[in-house]
Design a protein around this ligand. Structure first.
Ligand code: BYC
Ligand code: FE
Ligand code: FE
Length: 480
């Protein structure tokens, strides 16, 4: 029993030598499997998927590709290597020795951060569970399932921390992670974006572009934590996250490139007549997922953020590596935040520590703007004059200083009536969603791609597009 758990969970945490931890994880594992079976990808359990499995943190070990059935996937637990002489990166204790164990004073806060991070992982799997049925190609189906199993592994990574470092409370939290459900009214996931339905592949590509990218920045901030096990877990998670972001950014790009082709073919430029995705519709999906993802950073002016930073639980993006960050204590400076007061924009000087969420959101925003420039390059190359835009950080917010205020996508204040009158211009309408749904027919033959999306520029792990990324156990069209 002991040996088999150790074998079924690839790890670099000496799991085989820690009986107490093994026992805790062994008790949790069947519940995880039950959850995966019920809430993980619908169908495709008997099919062979060309997946990468992390079996060690070394470069050759974390990207090990082979065919596996998803129920047999091995969810490993890995810590990135210890950085020699790492000291605390930020806050009051900057420069002191980092922690291998949770300090009693910050236990509650650390647990809360880890639980919040953990909760997003199974939530995203739940949100994406129906998408396999409408995959636009085997390549895309494989990427979807790759993302799903890795989010499952990220849950394991956080549950390991809860079990190892937080005793009984940690075990209870780990159980509750399998009980909450995305979108459930009585027991929802913690953060709002993770309760939104994901109905089609345009949602999926926007989610992996915008929402997984919040993951990148939050994980980066946690990789600066003084709590070494958290810093090292999240550092390894970041290596996997890159692929999720790639799937999103290139997915949107492939839609745009296909739309450009169809715009040339359609006599009056109306790509919907040819089953393509109009650029305006794409923009509405972008507005929706981008603005919802901005909320994931929490308030721009936040006492929680100040606590997390000053107690060294969470740092800034590249806190340790960025040469431009010289003040790691953060008591000196302030952040200039534009706020709407009595109908006009004014500046609020936010003490730097309270502005940590705003700073991280700015890093994130620059990154999504960079991504949108790549999409616009595709438009330019195709000779199309329309451009995609990332909405202002003030647009459509439910968290932070702009919550319950009204701005247009350019960030200019407007009235509530104007906002409401523009809903169908700015967000996917019922008609948009019905149209997208109508074109989401699965394409499940190697080398073929749905009509509404361009093929990828290259395949996975050096393979071509016509590689058989999924080997079906029985005719998938008959099943679907
Ligand atoms: N929805 O001081 P405030 C990922 C709550 S994604 C609902 O403004 P704070 C992934 C907040 O909890 C990365 N509630 O913000 C992606 C607080 O509640 P309490 C996930 C929200 O606390 C795709 C209150 O509002 N990781 O990995 O500084 C697929 C006031 O909060 C929201 C993390 O989030 C919201 N959007 O910051 C798979 C890292 N925003 O305490 C995976 C861990 C705020 O008053 N989490 N609230 O009851 C954190 O560091 C912080 O909790 C947050 C919020 C950055 C999320
Ligand atoms: Fe994740
Ligand atoms: Fe992810």
């Amino acid at each position: 029993m002991r040996v088999s758990l150790n074998e079924s969970i690839p790890n670099n945490i000496n799991l085989g030598e820690n009986r107490k931890l093994q026992k805790a994880l062994m008790a949790w594992q069947p519940n995880f499997k039950e959850w995966w079976n019920e809430m993980g990808p619908s169908d495709f359990k008997e099919d062979q998927i060309y997946l990468r499995t992390a079996i060690s943190v070394e470069s050759g070990g974390w990207a090990n590709f082979k065919y596996v059935k998803m129920p047999d996937y091995r969810f490993g637990i890995f810590l990135a290597p210890k950085l020699p002489d790492r000291t605390i990166a930020c806050g009051d204790d900057s420069g002191k020795k980092s922690w291998d164990l949770v300090p009693g004073e910050w236990r509650k806060e650390l647990r809360r951060i880890i639980v919040t991070q953990a909760d997003t992982e199974p939530a995203s799997v739940e949100q994406q569970r129906m998408l396999g049925h409408t995959a636009p190609s085997l390549y895309d189906m494989r990427n979807l399932f790759q993302v799903n199993v890795e989010e499952g592994r990220h849950l394991w990574a956080m549950v390991y921390l809860l079990h190892k470092h937080f005793g009984r409370d940690g075990r209870e939290e780990a159980d509750e992670l399998l009980q909450r459900r995305s979108g459930n009214v009585d027991s929802p996931r913690i953060l709002e974006t993770f309760n939104k339905p994901m109905q089609d592949w345009v949602d999926f590509f926007c989610f992996t572009m915008f929402t997984d990218r919040d993951g990148k920045y939050q994980l980066g901030a946690l990789a600066e934590s003084a709590f070494e096990p958290l810093a090292r877990s999240t550092r390894f998670m970041l290596t996997e996250e890159a692929h999720h972001l790639f799937v999103g950014e290139t997915g949107v790009d492939r839609i745009i490139r296909r739309t450009c082709e169809l715009m040339r073919e359609a006599p009056d430029g109306d790509v919907a007549k040819l089953g393509g995705i109009p650029l305006d519709l794409m923009q509405r999906y972008i507005n929706e997922w981008a603005s919802s993802s901005f909320d994931l950073f929490g308030g721009e002016d936040s006492s929680n953020a100040a606590t997390f930073f000053s107690r060294s639980l969470k740092g800034r993006w590249n806190e340790q590596r960025d040469k431009k960050i010289t003040d790691h204590v953060g008591l000196e400076n302030h952040y200039d935040l534009a706020v709407l007061e009595q109908g006009r924009m004014t500046n609020r000087e936010v003490p730097l520590r309270r502005a940590m969420n705003a700073l991280l959101l700015d890093n994130y925003h620059q990154d999504v703007v960079r991504g949108s420039k790549n999409w616009n390059k595709s438009l330019e190359e195709a000779g199309i004059s329309q451009r995609m835009t990332i909405p202002s950080l003030r647009f459509n917010r439910s968290q932070g200083v702009y919550a319950n205020q009204f701005f247009n996508p350019a960030g200019e204040p407007i009235t509530e009536a104007e906002f409401e009158a523009n809903r169908d211009n700015w967000f996917p309408s019922a008609a948009d969603r019905a149209y997208v749904k109508s074109i989401m027919t699965p394409v499940l033959e190697a080398g073929k791609v749905a009509n509404w999306i361009a093929p990828p520029k290259r395949g996975i792990n050096g393979n071509n597009l016509d590689f058989e990324y999924v080997r079906f156990d029985s005719d998938p069209y008959v099943r679907a």
